[in-house]
Design a protein around this ligand. Sequence first.
Ligand code: GLA
Length: 385
Amino acid sequence: MNTELIKNIKSIFINKFKTSPILVFSPGRINLIGEHTDYNDGFVFPAAIDKEIHFAAAKNDVNMFRFFAADLNESFELKVDDLAVTKTPWANYLLGVAAQYKKAGYPLKGIDCVFGGDIPLGAGLSSSAAIENGFALVLKEIFKFNISKMDMVKMAQKAEHEYAGVMCGIMDQFASMNGKKDHAIKLDCRSLEYEYVNIDLHDYNILLCNTNVKHELASSEYNTRRKECEIGVQILKKYNNKIIALRDVSLQMLEQYRDEFDPIVFNRCKFVVKENLRVEDAFSALVNNDILSLGVLMYQSHEGLRDDYEVSCKELNLLFDIAKKSDDVIGSRMMGGGFGGCTINIVKKDKVRSFTESVIQKYNKLTGIDPEIYTVKITDGTGLI
Ligand code: GLA
């Protein structure tokens, strides 16, 4: 945990609000494999990472939400009774969570909150889920609400739907809340059953390469992909009414009814069905210490996201190509929703430095943009400090 960050957030809070706060941290996440499968009732394989948002918060007696985003140096105020979507995007993440508590009948009162952290924004590392989860815990702790972790996860996801307009699945909020040090989580997004798997990559490290771009169409295309998957389900449902989501579809079935599909919708569905299978395979590979197979599956995942699901972009593809050509890397793929953000790479430990240098040089030469490279540790989920 980044103790400097916590101290900073706490001291900003005390300076502003002259009272002693509770402290909460909430991590970002990576996803080893299983992209765009969560909202298809499928499988994902994420983990929480040591990039975090920290919160300092306390009740106030003026019945106001008073927030301060330390990284932006911006304040926000709203009467608790006026709770609604506002024109301040960052505040909406917090308000969206408060709105879920309100809807569920929890009594809300005034609260002061300062937050900030080191999760790069728009990098596909789920800074928004970390904020939502963190604030869900802040409210639970301050008002002593009796609510389970899973219900907080669901509220955080709903906050994203209703206050940020992104119809996200449950992966990000789940992983940030339920992270466990040195473990990835294989999650069944239908039953919400999950299993922790120790991540021991032996001679390899997980390295994230941030394109430092986030293309505008990210959220609109995300919602479009959801609809395309739904169209696929509707076609197949005619033949088997047990099909509720692409999770229930086999490759064989998809092929059988191919003629009824628009080719684009077909490709979207094909990707999801294959990606679900890859999560199962990646899980077995990790359990069997077969890191090389995990890497191969990651390459395949990227190729599907690029060619069939079409959520990659030229910057992500460039980072992928650089990684794939390197002898020091055994797996690489774009991560998260797409259209920018990071690739996740499995890189030989003793080559991390030279690989990093070569990525920076090659990526900059071809795009004029400086990428950022991070090694990450796998950490515990959202908690009180
Ligand atoms: C975003 C969403 C997640 C998931 C990924 C793609 O991160 O928030 O729910 O759908 O994209 O796997």
